[in-house]
Structure formats: structure tokens, C-alpha cells
Design a protein around this ligand. Sequence first.
Ligand SMILES: CC(C)(COP(=O)(O)OP(=O)(O)OC[C@H]1O[C@@H](n2cnc3c(N)ncnc32)[C@H](O)[C@@H]1OP(=O)(O)O)[C@@H](O)C(=O)NCCC(=O)NCCS
Length: 210
Amino acid sequence: MTEPLLHPGWPAQLTSGPVELHPLRRRDAAEWSRVRLANESWLSPWEPTSPVPWSARHAPAAYRAMRRAVARRARLGTSLPFAVRVDGRLAGQVTVDNIVRGALRSGSLGYWIDRAVAGRGVASLAVALVCDHAFGPVGLHRLQADIRPENLPSQRLVERLGFQREGLLRRYLDIDGAWRDHLAYALLPEDVPGGVLARWQRMSPGRPVD
Ligand SMILES: CC(C)(COP(=O)(O)OP(=O)(O)OC[C@H]1O[C@@H](n2cnc3c(N)ncnc32)[C@H](O)[C@@H]1OP(=O)(O)O)[C@@H](O)C(=O)NCCC(=O)NCCS
């Protein structure tokens, strides 16, 4: 049975310069697997604990199963799962998950970027595009980002985009083999009146992503 489309603003394609975001595609399995396998030491400190070895979790078949699961959540309106491309190459993901509507209208941000393109502003640009989309067509009013205190690049990223630190979540998520404290960051549209992308571009004048 076909599920009804309940999700305003989805599916979507977001573009700025060489950076393009689109829904995860079935045909990206081999490319995703290659990038994730090459980035194990870069990504694993921030990933959920799993008894399954990294290689098995990042085989093309694992991508296909993950994509089916997130595509279903996207159709139901609880997730915005974007792939990030730079100059046509798969370079990461940005996801808004656990979307709740009603009076709350909130979602949780997750993101990762290929180490080979890190430090060039790609992740900031991609997350900014998703924030503006989530506050615009999707109609959310709050985006949360829960970040380990050890993850300084991720904290710098959200702070540059205007997120505010709201507190400490004790032993909040089971990450990389243990319950880890997380800093709770959140962004509201009224924190960034001209939009998130415009704020970030103001903060990096003359430094468009290479
Ligand atoms: C968190 C993560 C996405 C941050 O990515 P990043 O590559 O550091 O992010 P950006 O490139 O957007 O920003 C980094 C720097 O690039 C700078 N920069 C370099 N070239 C730039 C350009 N052309 N335009 C704009 N900014 C540029 C920014 O000013 C920033 O500098 P600073 O951190 O020294 O202040 C990345 O470290 C990652 O994927 N980590 C592993 C997974 C992870 O931690 N996920 C998040 C879990 S909460």
C-alpha cells in the first residue's frame, strides 16, 4: 500500500556553488561504502555503539537497508535524510531526524563529512542550507544538535551558524562503546532573522567554499 505524502518540503534538492544536497539515492551504495570505509578512524568516535564490525556496517548492502529505512521515515515525515555532494562526488550526509510536529515542531540534526573535504566550509554550508530549508518549507521551529564535549569541530560549526548551548545532557547517548555526555545546542528561526546561510556567508566574507 502506498503511504500518503505527509512531509512538507520533502523530497528536496538544495544547492549552493559546488555543494549539492539531495535525498539518499539507491545507486549511491558503492560510493557511500567507499567513503565510509575510508573514514573509519575519523567517524567512529562519534557513531552509535554497535556489535557489528565497521566493515560490515558499511558494505553496499548495509547502505541499501539503511536507505530503505530512512526513506520510509522521510515519507512519514519524521526525517530529512540528505546526501551531500561536492563537485558531484559524495562527500557526506546531513539528516534532520526525530521530527515532531504539533506544538513543538522540532528535529535533531546529524552530519558527517569526508575527511578529504573537511576544513573547507563544506559542512557549514550544507548544514546551513538544511537549517534554512527546515525553518522554511518544512516549517520547523527548533533544530537541536547534541554534541560530545570532545568534538570541538562540531561545536565550532554549530556556533558559527548561530546555535546556542542550552545545557549538558549527562551520559545521554551510547556512542563509540559507552554512555557519553552531550552538550545540547539548539537553533530557532528567530535567532537568525536573515537566515542561516546568510549569517554564515556574512561571517566568511570572500571565502566561498573552494
Ligand atoms: C563536524 C564536522 C562535520 C565539521 O566539519 P568541518 O570540515 O570542520 O566544517 P567546515 O569545513 O564547515 O568548517 C571548518 C573550518 O573551515 C573554515 N574554512 C576553511 N575554508 C573555508 C571556506 N572556503 N569557506 C568558509 N569556511 C572555510 C571555517 O572557517 C572553519 O574554521 P574553524 O573551524 O577553524 O573556525 C567534521 O569534523 C566531521 O564530519 N567530523 C566527524 C563526524 C562528526 O563529528 N559529526 C558530528 C557529530 S555531532
